[in-house]
Design a binder for this molecule. Structure first.
Ligand code: ATP
Length: 252
């Protein structure tokens, strides 16, 4: 469903994403993890069609995001790490506005919008201006807006940040239900326990390249990591030695 082919992004001379190949299948929940500055957000933004790749391609359900953006983007719901909301709209107006961007309006949108607001416990707030929403409520509204046009795939950057435990649990349940029905989720996260517990496959990205990817069992095999957790595996692959050295220095 989400295919990255030799995907690269350079900022000037600096290569942020270096020749990535990845295929996230329909019905799959895929985790993207890596240290700060590894290239996760840059990759997700290229998938969403917000950043133009320097080279390589992004295909969504076979549609190229650069050459066929309308059909590609119609398949996708994107939840960015730093979302933008129009503060002077109400929650309900914002959802109507986003649906309009996808060419949808009328009673179908009203029904869908009410369902989502209900699901995220925002119904009581739907006619309040967004400027009065808390951080978590904004996050829930953004997630609702990414689902309003019934996308086939969701790409999400750090989904759990700012959500209370109920909200985080709800989001996990929504993602699992979404992939069970044949949807696709690609999510980046620093919360490795969540990635390990939720994802069918995980890729660890470092310095713009995928170092390892696969199911937890495959990752353990590839890295000869015994029964290691994703956190242990992550530190092994991305330079856990440095952390150990630091601990030794602090002990001295
Ligand atoms: P984090 O986990 O810290 O959010 P990330 O894996 O999402 O990191 P990116 O935001 O994709 O990383 O950044 C990858 C690299 O590209 C970093 O070195 C960053 O400084 C650089 N970078 C990102 N955006 C730009 C930009 N607009 N101009 C120049 N360099 C950039």
């Amino acid at each position: 469903m989400i295919q990255l082919k030799n995907l690269s992004k350079k900022y000037g001379k600096f290569t942020a994403v270096d020749n990535i190949d990845l295929h996230v299948e329909r019905g799959e929940l895929f985790g993207f993890v890596g240290p700060n500055g590894a290239g996760k957000t840059t990759t997700l933004r290229m998938i969403a069609g917000i950043l133009r790749p320097t080279s390589g391609r992004v295909l969504l359900g076979g549609d190229d995001v650069v050459t066929n953006p309308m059909s590609a983007k119609a398949r996708l719901g994107f939840i960015p790490d730093r979302p933008f909301l129009y503060e002077k709209l109400t929650g309900a107006e914002f959802l109507r506005f986003v649906a309009g961007l996808y060419g949808q309006d009328g009673t179908v949108v009203e029904k869908r919008s009410n369902e989502l607001l209900d699901l995220f416990e925002l119904t009581a707030w739907k006619d309040q201006l967004i400027e009065a929403y808390s951080h978590g409520m904004r996050q829930k509204l953004i997630i609702s807006s990414a689902l309003i046009h019934r996308p086939e795939a969701i790409v999400v950057d750090e989904p759990m940040v700012g959500l209370d435990p109920r909200g985080a649990r709800l989001l996990k349940d929504i993602f699992r239900a979404f992939v069970k029905k044949g949807g696709t989720v690609l999510m980046s996260t620093h919360t490795l326990e969540i990635a390990e517990a939720m994802c069918d496959r995980v890729a660890i990205i470092q310095s713009g390249s995928i170092v390892v990817s696969g199911s937890m069992a495959e990752l353990r095999e590839q890295t000869e990591a015994g029964d290691a957790s994703l956190e242990e595996l992550f530190l092994k692959v991305t330079g856990g030695a440095a952390a150990k050295e630091l601990a030794a220095v602090l002990e001295d």
